[in-house]
Ligand binder design. Sequence first.
Ligand code: GTP
Ligand code: MG
Length: 553
Amino acid sequence: MGCTGAGKSSLINAILELVDCLPADDEKACTAVCVEISFNDNDDPSAKFIAKIERISSNDWRLELEKLFIDISDQVSNKDGETGEFDLERDLRIKSAFQKLKCVYPYIKSLKDLSAYTVASLMEDASVNSILGKSTTIKSATLEDFSAAIKPYIDSSNSQEQGGRSFAQWPLVKVVHLYLKSNILKDGIVLVDLPGSMDTNSARGAIAETYQMNLSVTCVVAPTARAASDKPAQDLLGKVTQLRLQLDNQFNSDHLAFIVTKTDSSLSLDRYIKHHTNVHDSLSSVFEKEEELKTHYLEIEKKRDDIKKLEAKLQAEIDNNNRKIKKLVKTIKDMKAARGVIVNMKGKRKRDDTPTESQASPEEKDMIVELNQIKGENQDLNMKLGNARAKIYRAEKGIKEIESLLWSQESKKRAASIQNRNFISAQELRKDFKNAAHQIGQELGNKELQVFCVSALMFYDFLQDRPKNSGFPTKADTGIPALQNWLIESTLPTRNRNAISFLEDIVSLELSMKPWVEDSAVEFKVSQNERASMDKVFRSYITPLKEVCIASY
Ligand SMILES: Nc1nc2c(ncn2[C@@H]2O[C@H](COP(=O)(O)OP(=O)(O)OP(=O)(O)O)[C@@H](O)[C@H]2O)c(=O)[nH]1
Ligand SMILES: [Mg+2]
């Protein structure tokens, strides 16, 4: 549970280790319906991912429309309560209900358009009428197809093409059940993503409330930026604690966790270190190394820049010589032509254009000498240029190595700051919670509030084998593995209880059936054939169950 945008859906994706399974990541949209996620034991490869979408009933939708129409008519007739002031809550209700209605009836663009309709005429709309109260099942072989298919039923901004028109599904959805192959679910854990935003739909509201009452573990989620002073999160924590106290009669910290999300974000590194001397002091060796690397970096950079200047100078000299060569070759060629000697400059000697005709004039001979001399110079210059380029390459390689070392110092600084911030947030949250518990007459003793500081996005990076991000050197630093383990451990007693009660039900079913089944004298109860087929079906279920029980005993 937590405010909209706190990172609940992203967190569940990370716990499931299924990147982008639940819709998140979109600034405009949010989770609009309760999503219940359990293990999928279907072995069919085309049904690796299954979703069952339950719709609200016709009656629920009619009630919602009626409420909107009543609110609008009250607004029009200026029924503003006894004090005569504007009913702001009602106006907000109209706004949110109309937003939803527009998604379902896209041809109604404004409240003015709506006045042409009645509740009955809206209920008659074929695309709405045909799905209300019905369920839809989606089966996919790949996560990508699956998440795209479930998005419009869960996420508040999406619409689907239906019969040539855009139509949003989520306002008519009551609850979505997902069945997934994820390790965390395989021993019976069921995760529930509750919408962060308030909903006026009573059917959905009732579902959310039922879930809240039945959760064996509640996680209150708030983003890292000042999680400890996040008022809505604190209120929620208080509400959840009260609820748990009502349900269990005493506070049990195994049922509650506060999750600080997005630990990778909102950190101004230099400022943070400056204001936290303990972090600064713990990083002294990192700062020393950083200084050393920076000095070395500047040296290599200067060296590289000097050689680059030399490279430019050498290149300019070569270019200049090439121009001179071109000019000389042309002049010599013209002189020869004037002497009536035909020189085939395009002949075999493509690279060496030096004319070799005898009987050249002294002027021409001087030019040939000059030409050869410049060519010799260029050979020398080209060698120097090659050397300079090799040095530049080595310097740039060195710069890259230093950059990578500097990056890892930065990463160490970030990791230390994030860990410190997490530690402080957790401490403050625990302290506040202890005080709040004390005020309502509950002493926590050694049992402190469970706090997990996590980054779902950084965990995704590890799942996708992307290069590691600064500040999160290991998977454990994302906080997700610790949370996964806690969820498994803290739900173990409940799962154990459920499993035992299930087995006891089976035993009592077997016992109650026994005398009836064994009474083979009375033929009218069940024929021999029917008995055999029932026995076969019964055994087909009970035998694997017994095997599993024996194996895990
Ligand atoms: N930097 C960072 N951003 C995150 C992280 N987790 C979630 N976000 C972003 O926060 C935004 C909201 O995340 P959601 O998971 O949709 O939040 P939500 O609590 O499910 O919101 P509602 O469905 O509206 O209740 C998205 O843009 C996410 O990409 C995280 O670990 N790090
Ligand atoms: Mg969400």
